[in-house]
Design a protein around this ligand. Sequence first.
Ligand SMILES: Cc1ncc(COP(=O)(O)O)c(C=O)c1O
Length: 388
Amino acid sequence: MILQNQKHLFNLTEDVTYLNIAALSPSFQTIEEAGIKAVKKKSQPHQIPISDFFEPVVELKKLFAKLIDVDDHNRIANIPSVSYGLSTVANNIKLNQGDEILVVEGQFPSNYYVWESLAKQYNAKVKVVQAPVTKHDQGLLWNQAILAAITDRTAVIAISNIHWSNGTIFNLKDISKKAKLHQALLIIDGSQSIGALPFSTNEIQPDAVICAGYKWLFGPYGCGYAYFGAYFDNGIPIEENWSNRLGSENFAGLTNYESEYKPLANRYSVGEHGSFIYVQMQIAALKQILAWTPKAIQNYCQHITQDAVISLKALGCEIEDASHRAHHLFGIKLPESINLDALKKTLKDQSIFVSYRGQFVRVSCHLYNTKEDFTKLINAITTMIETD
Ligand SMILES: Cc1ncc(COP(=O)(O)O)c(C=O)c1O
């Protein structure tokens, strides 16, 4: 059964066609309320108990652990950004000269620069698996090329589960199997799919999963999540903050300096991650996502986009085949005849919001969108062709 449209839970106005959650999600009402309540609490700081520094964070970690199918919430850390999480990962990896770090073409910069820098440090190499240049089966061939690129020289594979600009799905299960065969670490950036596409850490067995919180997880900008597997159990965090040490709940004893961290990934959480406002908003967001379920969100997105994709292709647009891409985010390569600047202006004038990433018009949708939103986009593109 397809979920009902959920626009009534959001404050998006009727005149706006928002096809851009991949850039920034809108809050729904319970998130907004949780945030406002927390903002107001700050005006009465004496009503914020010491337990508020810790207990909501544990609740939040449990929710995220459930979302990505992790058994122990102590494997989750709270991070402010993907770049922070990936720096933590990279700082705990030692390479040999000539080792390879595998990435894919056009990867998000926070998941590229860090590897370029690590490779430089060890005289290793970033190997970029290019997207095959073809109009058909690009996703299939790209996945094959990624698997073929994993060899004994591969030390790290840093990849997302979908490509952030065109929605190509990377087959993480097969990539993980081959990574293990060659003792390569698998580091996943889940920012553009976790929350909207089912993801199981237990099934994929990655070494780390890093995820921005402000897109498909509906959190405020500046909050994110990280899962760290056993490889990182005894690693070094990029900062030393008091709350990550054992027994930090005892404020009177904080200067009995403690050498032990809290268990597993807790050492990697950012300072002040107990952020009273953000954490309450994040909890409200994750509860709702778990109630909807990523599977149902994905099915809904497929339901509202499948006809639109057929129409767009009929107009001459190129879109990855449905079997190799996500339904909540995909890239549209426009026919060459379309003047992109003119289209940008038309969409802006009609309050249709999308992203422009590389050679793609990236559209992304959620439960507040409808088939009609895509009809508006198609009509706008059609006028561009007609006026050409
Ligand atoms: C795939 C992907 N990773 C990460 C990010 C965000 O990175 P950061 O948290 O370092 O700003 C984005 C933002 O668009 C993204 O698309």
